[in-house]
Design a protein around this ligand. Structure first.
Ligand code: AMP
Ligand code: ZN
Length: 473
């Protein structure tokens, strides 16, 4: 069973579903106003590894990740681009999906967006007002009154002295993001401003739009109710975003909200923070232009322990490529030795854990606070110890299944030469063709769906510049 560090209790805890059936977890998703950068993808890839470890361990999951498609930044940039907010954010949502697919991240089971949940958000503000946790200001904005929630600050362990719970209408924050030293009543509903253009909705307090923190609380309540298993995001979200979510949700809906909190430490580039001015906010497209493959990006992002900062360098991508080649070589040897017997696809591996043999230690490390670097270390030690030529055909097949099981947890697919030469059946080829056409037409949604259908049939699409290969997964 997976054990994970919980931000609030500061302890490592065993994870098991509250309802005994499905592990329900929520991840704060991207703000869709531009391409996601590799820092964002560190978080999304590690959340994907987390989900895979749960699923491969036999746990059924329900993964919800939102899309922030209305906030200060999306409105500002859609106007700069001369586009409607909906068209602008749809374009970046499609791009995000394409990047996630290239990085082999499993799509969430539900992906709700802020704009499609305005009534739910308004209802939550009404609830908070009725219960005395929110107040309207003169300009039609509505604020959460933090002095009304005595447990405010528990998640982020804010020093009580930093918290001036007496701050009221005169000292409050209308910004979506702010720093720890300016704890203040935060905005739930923002009154319409001229710069919002056509992006406003009717509410009992006049025209306006929801504040950023509200959407996650409203969607969590809709899809999970007041109690659920785990909430996740990058470490920058602990305060104020997650702290504010706790306050809104517990005051409006009762219940405990998230039982566990999984926060991912930030990615650094060349030892420093990423910034636009330094030109180091790499996107997947930037890295591809420099000749790097998404598999190598995933390897680097998945391979760093989530509780330590990850220092990303272009050199680390070259090393990752060499490591992937080493894994593929081992897989090829096993494939040859086992007579190319088929490997069960991911969903089947989730149903029954195979005998992991030499790879047991790697699996144990993954379950011990998602220690991915230690797990990779065990994988390479196992590869060193195993002499493929001494294995019988059956043994080689069993080792190969265990090897694929571990690599599935990382979301890495080794490509054995023999496998890539295996001819795909006609129905798989037809779906892959349709996906290629959808991709050429930049219809990322259809392309993702088709890629998923091909994966369900046990095949992986690997894109080349001018076409694609179909590889048995
Ligand atoms: P955003 O699109 O800015 O809302 O961020 C999407 C996700 O990426 C959030 O969970 C952030 O906490 C996370 N994130 C942002 N920057 C980084 C970074 N440098 N390293 C890791 N995660 C990050
Ligand atoms: Zn959120």
């Amino acid at each position: 069973m997976l054990h994970l560090y919980d931000t609030q209790s500061r302890t490592i805890r065993e994870l098991s579903p509250i309802d005994g059936k499905r592990f329900r977890f929520y991840c704060c998703g991207p703000t869709v106003y531009g391409p996601a950068h590799i820092g964002n993808f560190r978080t999304f890839v590690l959340q994907d590894v987390f989900r895979r470890v749960l699923e491969l361990g036999g746990v059924t999951t329900m993964h919800v990740r939102n899309l922030t498609d209305v906030d200060d930044k999306t409105i500002r940039d859609s106007q700069k681009a001369g586009m409607s907010l909906a068209d602008f954010t749809q374009g970046w949502t499609d791009k995000f999906h394409a990047d996630c697919a290239a990085l082999n991240c499993l799509p969430p089971h539900i992906e709700p967006s802020a704009v499609s949940h305005i009534p739910e958000q308004i209802r939550m503000v009404e609830d908070l007002m009725t219960k005395g946790h929110a107040y309207a200001s003169e300009d039609g904005s509505v604020y959460f009154k933090i002095s009304s929630f005595g447990e405010y600050g528990q998640l982020s362990h804010l020093d009580k002295r930093e918290l001036d719970l007496g701050k009221t209408a005169n000292e409050r924050s209308n910004a979506d993001e702010y720093e720890k030293d300016s704890v203040a009543d935060f905005v739930l509903w923002k009154a319409r401003r001229p710069e919002d253009g056509p992006n406003y909705w009717q509410s009992p307090w006049g025209e306006g739009r929801p504040g950023w923190h509200l959407e996650c609380s409203a969607m969590i309540n809709k899809y999970f109710g007041p109690d659920f298993d785990l909430h996740s995001g990058g470490v920058d979200l602990v305060f104020p975003h997650h702290e504010n979510e706790v306050a809104q949700s517990r005051c409006a809906c009762g219940g405990h909200f998230a039982r566990n909190w999984f926060h991912i430490t930030h990615l650094l580039v060349d030892g420093g923070k990423m910034s636009k001015s330094l030109g180091n906010m790499y996107t997947l497209e930037d890295l591809s232009r420099l000749g790097h493959i998404p598999e190598a990006v995933r390897y680097v992002l998945a391979g760093g322990y989530y509780r330590r900062p990850l220092n990303f360098t272009l050199d680390s991508l070259n090393d990752a490529r060499a490591s992937l080649a080493r894994l593929s070589k081992f897989d090829m040897q096993l494939a040859e030795r086992s007579g190319n017997a088929a490997i069960p696809p991911y969903k089947q591996l989730c149903r029954k854990t195979p005998d992991l043999g030499e790879f047991q230690a790697a699996w144990d490390s993954l379950n011990d606070d998602l220690n991915t670097p230690e797990a990779l270390g065990h994988v390479y030690s196992a590869i060193k110890r195993i002499n493929v030529q001494e294995l019988s055909q059956e043994q080689a097949h069993a080792v190969r299944i265990a090897f694929h099981f571990i690599l599935s947890a990382f979301g890495i697919t080794p490509v054995a030469k023999e496998q890539s030469q295996e001819e795909a059946p006609e129905d798989v080829k037809a779906l892959a063709e349709q996906r290629w056409i959808a991709k050429q037409n930049k219809d990322w949604t259809a392309a993702d769906t088709l890629r998923g259908q091909v994966a369900d049939l046990g095949w992986t699409i690997k894109d080349r510049k001018d076409g694609f290969d179909l590889i048995r997964s």
